[in-house]
Each structure stands twice: as structure tokens, then as C-alpha cells.
Design a protein around this ligand. Structure first.
Ligand code: SF4
Length: 411
């Protein structure tokens, strides 16, 4: 690490923060931003801040390439900036070229020490919603996933620490908090709790009644009857659910190390029947090694019939060090791309159909920036009035200008 030099003036007290990747990273970035600001640092832009922190992701090769692009852009636009890279890229590949300092996941929070100034300053909101990371790591072994190796086994944030973070969020006025983690249903196991995640949601409901919580993602294989019944009835849980399914062909799911598709459709139908307005999404991986036309058709039919309001489609990309990277034959890129495009088009149609059904309804949404809010069921709402970011309002939905809803805030 080079000498930063003390007392280098006001400019040295500014930092910028760029988040790559998942909501878990977003939660950590938010934490870092808050800790720095508590110590007097001022959040600024990558073009003018003398410190630019990048919380990196390495889920795909594309993320790696994006990171290198980001570093080059900062070097061009702000040549004297000290760039600090944190997290997954560093764990996986080591130091990021062109950075002042690279810190792996376990040492991420040291960045606060590295940048610390004695002055105390004002804390500003880094985003319009709070991101509460309650769990880290994963005990499972999906064959395409590098996360258990990169982030280690499941660890849960103890309640006392969650309370501390929630207090910060309340001070900052967050009205919506996204609960994030790598595998949320593992929450509490390492603390000796059997239904840890359900207990956590119940506690959050009891302690923070004004806040509405969004659950970032759930694994259908671990969604117990009690947990499902609770999230469908609890008023503080937003009706927007993301289930990680990845595929529907039993053969591909087995090769992915994710068991079978048992119960997928039943869970989705139960959510739709209980909460007709609920956002319901998933991720699909297309072109997994050995995927046949028949496997893909099973997935395509399921995606069409299930009551999804959206889904994300990823083309399989082998990660070195995973078992899936060794499975042959690989699906030729041309075929994988074709299948992805077909599925994405289906996803677009389903999203549009769901969004159209919202016209005429009233939805609660959190303002995320000027003129734009995110609805409780995960649709973007455009509006004309000036409303404060971070606050929740009810919007009467007037029309669809896909992919946006257009709404009017209600008194
Ligand atoms: S559940 Fe599977 S995909 Fe998710 S983090 Fe764990 S190993 Fe990776």
C-alpha cells in the first residue's frame, strides 16, 4: 500500500463507491458507505473523488471484463484517484490491475480503516432503500457456482448486530429495507436455530413495524410450509418474491446439484392464488452442459405456464474451479444464444402481461429517484410530481408504457 499522506486537504475526505453484482454486495457497499460517513467522509462521484472504492463481483466472465472497463474509465476521467477493489474478484483472481489496494472478502471492512479521517461528518443515504445483509456464504454445492469456495460456509449476522444496522437505517429514514444474503433460508443454522429465517422475519415485524421488508431471494427447496404461509400473510413483507429455480429439466437440475423440480409449480401457484398481485420472479440458466432440445423445451414450457411476472435468463458460463466447468459436452454458443433469446422474449411478454394487469390498481411503491418508484411487486412506476426518494407512497396506476407503469401518487 502506498503512503496516502495526511492532511492532503478537503479533497482527501471524499470517496466514491461503485457496486458491482448482487444485492449482497449492495448491502456491504451500503455498510461501507455508512461507516465511512460516520467517520467524516463525504460521498462523491468517481470523477472527482480521490478515493474510488469498487465492490467487485466475479459471478461471470462478463463481470470480470466490466470491472476492468470500470478501472480504465476511472483512470481516464480521474487520473489521480486511488482505486480500491474489494471482494469476490480479489478472492478469485488476486490483485486487480491498476488499483491502489485490493482487499478480499474477509478483509473488506478494513477499507474503512484505510480511508479513515478523524473528522466526524454527516451520514447521507447511499441509496433510497436500505440493504440489510443478514447472511453470508453457502453450505450447498451447486455445481456451476463458485460462491461456496469464494465466500465460505454459511454465517448469520447475530440479532444484536442486525438491531444496530436497523437503528442506522431508521436514523437515515429508510422506509424500505431489502433483506439480502447468499442463501437466506440458511439464516440461523450456524447460531443453532432451526427456523432461523422465519424467526428473524417475525422479530423484524415486532421490532420495526413502520418498515416494509423485501426478501431478495428464496430457495424453493428450503421454503417450508410455515415460512411460505408467513411471508404470504405478513403485512411488513412486500409481495415481491424471487425464487431461485435455475432450470426445470430434472436431468439438468440433478447435474446442477440442485435436486429435482418437485414442488416448484405448486409453490408458484400457491403464491399466485394467495397474493394475485405479487411479483413472482426467478433466474434461469440456459445452455448448461449436455442440455438437449428436450431439456430446453421442458424449461420453456414450464416458464410459459408458471405464473411468473418476470424472469432473468443467463447463458451458462463455465467458472474455473467448479464441477460444471468439467462437464461435457458443452452446448455450442450459437445454440445457447438462440435458446436464451427465445426464453428472454417469453419473459418480456409475461412481464408485459403482468404489468398490464396492474393498470387501474393502486400499488405501494418506494421512490428510488426523481420521477421513478419501485412498486411493492417489483415494477417501475413513473410519475410527474416531486417526491422525496426513499419514501413510500400509494400510486394509482393510470397506464402502461412498457416496461414502466405510469401512476399518480394518492393523498
Ligand atoms: S445455493 Fe447454490 S447457487 Fe446459491 S450460493 Fe449456494 S451453491 Fe451457489
Amino acid at each position: 500500500m502506498r503512503n496516502t499522506g495526511k492532511n492532503s486537504g478537503q479533497r482527501s475526505k471524499k470517496f466514491a463507491l461503485i457496486n458491482q453484482g448482487c444485492r449482497l454486495n449492495a448491502a456491504e457497499s451500503q455498510r461501507i458507505a455508512q461507516e465511512l460517513q460516520k467517520k467524516g467522509w463525504i460521498l462523491s462521484s468517481p470523477q472527482e473523488a480521490p478515493w474510488v472504492i469498487i465492490n467487485t463481483c466475479t459471478v461471470t466472465h462478463r463481470a470480470d471484463a466490466d470491472l476492468r472497463k470500470i478501472v480504465r474509465k476511472i483512470q481516464r476521467e480521474n487520473p489521480t484517484a486511488r482505486i480500491v477493489a474489494l471482494g469476490c474478484y480479489v478472492d478469485h483472481h488476486g490483485e486487480v490491475p491498476g488499483t491502489y489496494l485490493s482487499l478480499p472478502n474477509p478483509r473488506k471492512m478494513e477499507v474503512v480503516e484505510v480511508l479513515e479521517e478523524v473528522d466526524r461528518g454527516r451520514i447521507a443515504r447511499w441509496k433510497s432503500r436500505g440493504f440489510l445483509k443478514v447472511q453470508e456464504g453457502c453450505d450447498l454445492a451447486c455445481t456451476y457456482c463458485i460462491i461456496p469456495r469464494v465466500r465460505g460456509p454459511s454465517r448469520s449476522l447475530p440479532w444484536a448486530e442486525i438491531e444496530r444496522r436497523m437503528e442506522d437505517f431508521l436514523v437515515l429514514g429508510y422506509q424500505e429495507v431489502v433483506i439480502t444474503g447468499i442463501h437466506l433460508e440458511s439464516y440461523g443454522r450456524d447460531l443453532g436455530e432451526k427456523s432461523g429465517f422465519l424467526n428473524l422475519l417475525q422479530r423484524l415485524e415486532a421490532f420495526y413495524p413502520p418498515v416494509r421488508f423485501r426478501i431478495s431471494s428464496l430457495d424453493p427447496r428450503f421454503l417450508t410450509r410455515e415460512l411460505l404461509a408467513y411471508i404470504l400473510s405478513a403485512p411488513h413483507i412486500m409481495p415481491g418474491f424471487h425464487l431461485s429455480l435455475q432450470h426445470y429439466s430434472p436431468r439438468i437440475l440433478r447435474l446442477m446439484g440442485r435436486g429435482s423440480n418437485r414442488g416448484f409449480m405448486e409453490i408458484l401457484e400457491e403464491i399466485r392464488a394467495t397474493r394475485p398481485e405479487a411479483g413472482l420472479g426467478t433466474d434461469f440458466i440456459v445452455g448448461f452442459p449436455t442440455e438437449t432440445e428436450e431439456d430446453f423445451l421442458l424449461l420453456y414450457r414450464f416458464a410459459g405456464e408458471a405464473p411468473f411476472s418476470y424472469f432473468h435468463v443467463f447463458s451458462f458460463s463455465p467458472r474455473k474451479g467448479t464441477r460444471a466447468a468439467e462437464i461435457r459436452p458443452r452446448v455450442p454458443e450459437r445454440i445457447s444464444k438462440k435458446r436464451s433469446a427465445l426464453l428472454r422474449e417469453l419473459g418480456r411478454r409475461k412481464k408485459e402481461e403482468f404489468a398490464r394487469a396492474m393498470v387501474g390498481k393502486t400499488l405501494e411503491a418506494t421512490v428510488i429517484k426523481e420521477g421513478e418508484a419501485l412498486s411493492e411487486n417489483y415494477l417501475k412506476v413513473k410519475f410527474d410530481e416531486k417526491l422525496p426518494p426513499g419514501n413510500r407512497f400509494l400510486f394509482k396506476i393510470e397506464e402502461l408504457r412498457f416496461p414502466y407503469l405510469v401512476g399518480n401518487p394518492q393523498e
